[in-house]
Ligand binder design. Structure first.
Ligand SMILES: [Zn+2]
Length: 596
């Protein structure tokens, strides 16, 4: 089979237009069909990338136009041709996220799912993509960052031809174009690039390299304690630094990240800021996916169907466990202290316990409905859904602590991850491998550890009861308690939108606002006759005690209403975890859990 050839040119950076061509040497004689994915693996929402295709034409190998028509929202059908068929189309790229494509005169970025049409029937054909430099002297110093394989004649970081074994590989390698900061380190012998696009003053690439090396080596050693063999030949962390943004998307040999430029380390300042810890946690999270979801997959993803939703109730395992390990690997590799780890854990616990949705939806249900619920949250989300990320990470914690307690610390969740890796992970991209079925998960956990985990499965995965974290943490010398600020103000039982107005973003089930008939979207005007705004609400409430009755004037749409609100107690948003060394056995158990 001849390779499918693509070219991609940043044609009009000012208009955010990539021009793309795809040439099929031996198209389907009955008329070649093409499709563009409706979603990108890792981000479980139908995004309809084809809506950004602006113009599209087809040509035969004599350069004559060939008739082509759309057959549905993301498919095209060309008329039969003799010889090769080429499509030329423009893609509008103005999405500064990790999920789609972006182009202006400072940076270009694309995922293959946004720009490369797939000729149907050629999914297994080799792909060659010619990545071209934009025209103009201002682009002279632009380079290319990607984990795609360079074709012969293309220099690393250079424009030119890159190759992929098939379409699946082509779209699993995002590409960054532009002038970017670059550093390379080796983790257990494998080269890892750090690419930072966007303007960042005083960026400490040496510290980034040293810190990420520790995270990567710890993760490689977790999955391959003996051989320390990484599952890829090369890895690229590509980050777009912006004023305000956060996110990442995992790929088999790279990750695309977006972060606040203020989160990145500054030369000469060695403190661990909250922002930098968040960034390292994000890198750690996406890197862990190199195994968990990119090579160990749920059966539903063992080949992706890119034309529609792919349902699995296992995202608690693939996202939740990854969320558990992201910060855990920071403390285990010594980048953050035990106390910092407990602060992060306390925040996660607070976040999960705040929403009453946790009592209505299981993490398995949340996984299954990710496409229409978790990824499409509205004002009622906290009352209706639970996050398979945060609750999933607490389920992982419950598994880990239960296994450790039952086996006198001989086994842990690490053994589960390793067995998953050995059984389902090997050679995923070199031969056919199966994903894990939901029905196989529980037996595998038991096989890996010998522990009885039926209760964690019943309550944590398939149930909605709160996890007994207090009791689970006790044998490790850790005390868990609500972190209540004695001076905290009473609350409306609602979340207020940021802004000049005091508008309710969400109203909590059973909270003061809901009981008084206030709703998300209502704009509060006055509390007991005093004007309330987005900035003075806290000051007004701080003069009352919980249980006090206040009169609230509010607009719903353009209608004024009056509500009698009985104030709630302070919101508990955080939990405090404190450790003690009174019992030697508990201290040593904790060391085995959090230590190197
Ligand atoms: Zn993730």
């Amino acid at each position: 089979m001849k390779p499918i050839r693509y070219t991609i040119v940043p044609k009009h950076p000012a208009a955010h237009i990539f021009e793309v061509t795809v040439t099929v040497a031996e198209p389907d004689p009955s008329g070649q069909r093409f499709m563009l994915p409706v979603w990108i693996p890792g981000s479980y929402m139908v995004r309809e990338f084809a809506r950004n295709i602006v113009t599209l034409r087809a040509f035969n190998d004599a350069g004559r136009k060939v008739r082509i028509e759309k057959t549905d929202k993301h498919m095209w059908q060309a008329a039969p041709v003799k010889g090769a068929l080429t499509l030329r189309y423009e893609v509008y790229a103005w999405d500064m996220s990790v999920r789609a494509a972006h182009l202006d005169d400072t940076t270009g970025f694309f995922n293959g799912t946004s720009v490369f049409l797939s000729p149907l029937g050629f999914e297994d054909a080799r792909c060659v993509v010619d990545i071209q430099k934009p025209a103009g002297p201002q682009f002279r110093n632009w380079r290319v960052a990607t984990a795609l394989t360079e074709a012969r004649g293309t220099k690393r970081y250079g424009f030119g031809e890159y190759t992929a074994q098939n379409y699946d590989e082509l779209i699993d390698h995002p590409v960054t174009l532009g002038e970017f900061a670059l550093a390379t380190f080796k983790a257990h012998g494998v080269p890892h690039d750090i690419v930072i696009a966007g303007r960042v003053v005083g960026l400490d690439m040496a510290r980034l390299s040293a810190d990420l090396k520790r995270v990567c080596e710890a993760q490689i050693a977790l999955f391959e304690p003996r051989s320390k063999k990484a599952p890829m030949d090369r890895y690229v962390f590509m980050t777009q630094a912006v004023s305000d943004g956060y996110g990442g998307l995992e790929h088999r040999a790279s990750t695309a990240l977006i972060c606040n430029r203020s989160d990145l380390p500054v030369v000469g300042r060695d403190e661990m800021t909250d922002g930098y810890r968040t960034y390292l946690g994000l890198c750690s999270h996406e890197y862990f996916h190199t195994w968990n979801v990119k090579r160990i997959k749920p059966a539903a993803f063992a080949t992706y169907d890119l034309t529609q939703e792919n349902y699995t109730s296992l995202l608690w395992l693939f996202e939740g466990f990854t969320s558990y390990y992201d910060d855990l690997m920071l403390v285990r590799s010594g980048l953050i202290k035990e106390a910092d780890y407990f602060t992060l854990l306390g925040k996660t616990i607070g976040g999960v316990l705040r929403g009453s949705g946790r009592l209505k939806q299981t993490v398995a249900e949340s996984s299954f409905d990710a496409w229409v619920k978790y990824y499409r949250q509205d004002e009622n989300a906290a009352n209706a859904i639970v996050s398979y990320y945060t609750k999933g990470s607490l389920v992982a914690l419950a598994f880990d602590l239960t296994i450790r307690a039952q086996t006198q610390n001989r086994k842990s969740l690490d053994d589960v991850m390793r067995l998953l890796w050995q059984r389902y992970g090997r050679d995923f991209y070199r031969g056919k491998a199966n994903g894990i079925e939901e029905s196989e998960v529980e037996a595998l956990f038991t096989e890996a550890t010998g522990a009885d985990l039926s209760e964690v499965f019943a309550e944590g995965v398939r149930g909605t009861r709160d996890l007994p974290l207090e009791a689970l943490l006790e044998p490790f010398g850790v005390k868990l308690e609500a972190d209540v600020d004695a001076k905290a103000k009473p609350s409306l039982g609602a979340r207020v939108r940021n802004g000049a107005d005091c508008a309710l973003a969400a109203v909590h089930d059973g909270g003061a606002a809901q009981k008084a008939g206030l709703s998300a979207g209502d704009v509060l005007i006055a509390i007991d006759g005093l004007r309330v705004t987005g900035s003075n609400l806290d000051a007004l409430l701080s003069r009352y005690v919980p249980g006090a009755k206040v009169e609230v004037h509010a607009f719903r749409r353009d209608e004024l209403r009056v509500a009698q609100v009985k104030l709630d107690g302070p919101d508990v948003s955080r939990y405090k975890l404190t450790s003690n060394n009174k019992r030697a056995s508990a201290s040593s158990a904790r060391k085995r859990w959090l230590g190197k």
